[in-house]
Write a protein that binds this ligand. Structure first.
Ligand SMILES: [Zn+2]
Length: 134
């Protein structure tokens, strides 16, 4: 799937991609809240935008690479749904988002329930760390 060809945003907002995560992926503007960054990172996984994921990952926890393209070839992931359960901002520079992402790999369904932490630096939100929720 190429990002220019989609109309509805993959982050399940029901908004048009061009009015949702598209501008963040195009780096026209930064995602203004942790929730919007979270949504744009989910849709970046759907669209295999590895550089966007790395660029929005805080330098202190960022991996060198995600091998998204290789992973997609070996274990094609079909992202089904993103549900934001809770967003909270504990200070002007710290935010958290609790979400459930559902996906399938070769027909088997999985659910990722995670609490992600975000930090604001130089007016840009970054993904810091995620804690699985059981
Ligand atoms: Zn979106």
């Amino acid at each position: 799937m190429h990002s220019d060809k989609i109309s509805i945003c993959p982050c399940c907002s029901t908004l048009a991609y061009a009015h949702c995560c598209g501008p963040y992926h195009a780096k026209t503007t930064f995602a203004p809240t942790p929730e919007k960054l979270m949504r744009s990172r989910y849709s970046a996984y759907v669209l295999l935008l590895e550089s966007y994921l790395l660029d929005t990952w805080h330098i202190s926890t960022r991996p060198l690479t995600l091998h998204l393209a290789e992973e997609a070839r070996i274990h094609p992931t079909k992202w089904l749904n993103l549900m934001i359960l809770k967003t909270q901002q504990n200070s002007p520079e710290k935010g958290m988002v609790e979400f459930i992402a559902k996906y399938k790999i070769t027909g088997k369904a999985y659910k990722l329930h995670e609490i992600s932490e975000f930090t604001l630096e130089n007016n840009q939100w970054f993904y810091l760390v995620g804690t699985p929720h059981y």
